[in-house]
Design a protein around this ligand. Sequence first.
Ligand SMILES: Nc1ncnc2c1ncn2[C@@H]1O[C@H](COP(=O)(O)OP(=O)(O)OP(=O)(O)O)[C@@H](O)[C@H]1O
Ligand SMILES: [Mg+2]
Length: 309
Amino acid sequence: MSEPAIEVNNLTKTFGDFTAVDQLNFTVNRGEIMGYLGPNGSGKTTTIRMLLGLLRPSGGQGKVLGLDIDTEAEAIRPRVGYMSQKFALYDDLTVRENLAFYAGVYGLRRPNERLDEVLSLIGLADIQQERVKGLSTGWRQRLALGAALTHQPTLIFLDEPTSGVDPKARRTFWDLIYDLAAQGTTIFVTTHYMDEAEYCHRLGIMYRGELLALGTPDALKAETVQGNLWDITVAPLMPALSALDDLAGVTRVNLAGDHLRVETAAGQLTAVQIQSHLLQKGFGVETAVAPTDPTLEDVFITLAGHDRR
Ligand SMILES: Nc1ncnc2c1ncn2[C@@H]1O[C@H](COP(=O)(O)OP(=O)(O)OP(=O)(O)O)[C@@H](O)[C@H]1O
Ligand SMILES: [Mg+2]
């Protein structure tokens, strides 16, 4: 059982002359929460569909739970759970009936005990007799997760499981993911939320079909962003952005809500130097320059920027 949950070598998928997934190499260990972060169209779902044996690779190899994704796909599916990005629930059935349906699909013989377990795990036991029609998106997502768990898979794939719900519902969902991981389930989860990506043990960053980096969130921040970062409070923002672009040593300026986020070449500029540059350009004395640590957003911007060059 010590072999990895997932292992891929140069895994590639092309559609005509378009490369959707380009030579992926990674391993996911048993019990790990592996995050897969990337913008729309970066190849996240295509990767999952190949790992599930739903889509044949155009090149490379992959193993899931020790089984070859190309030649042993039929054996993979009953062993893993999959919550797809467009999961299907039956609106006219109750919460419990939906789970019972999926238990049937997976061929569970006497599912009642397992259904009770899953309902309590996903926190929907109290509303198990309600029709799905009226449920909030957050509850529907928990139910869809439950459906992917009825057959007790040791590995589950969650494709943007929390998209479109509020931060509180996302937090609840992530508590569930941690519970599952604590029980030894391996989790492969895609997201495009940076805050959520922080919760993963390790994180792969996808961009235009390529895995640009892979590591713990802390390691990615420490290793990717080489320069110094600053949060700059200044008004008006857009003219300040251009003024900073002109300052030698500044490598990047972004709008970040009500302030600017600036990266400077390592050790090149101090807060005082940046501030006096802005004062000289006529910005007010209320201008504030604060050093700050890299976030995953900085990691992503840095990596995607390198890719373009
Ligand atoms: N069957 C297909 N035929 C042609 N192109 C496809 C097919 N499936 C996916 N693609 C293309 O491959 C790229 C990757 O798609 P994919 O669905 O894997 O991205 P994603 O990262 O899951 O995006 P999203 O965040 O929007 O779900 C996209 O440009 C998409 O249009
Ligand atoms: Mg997708």
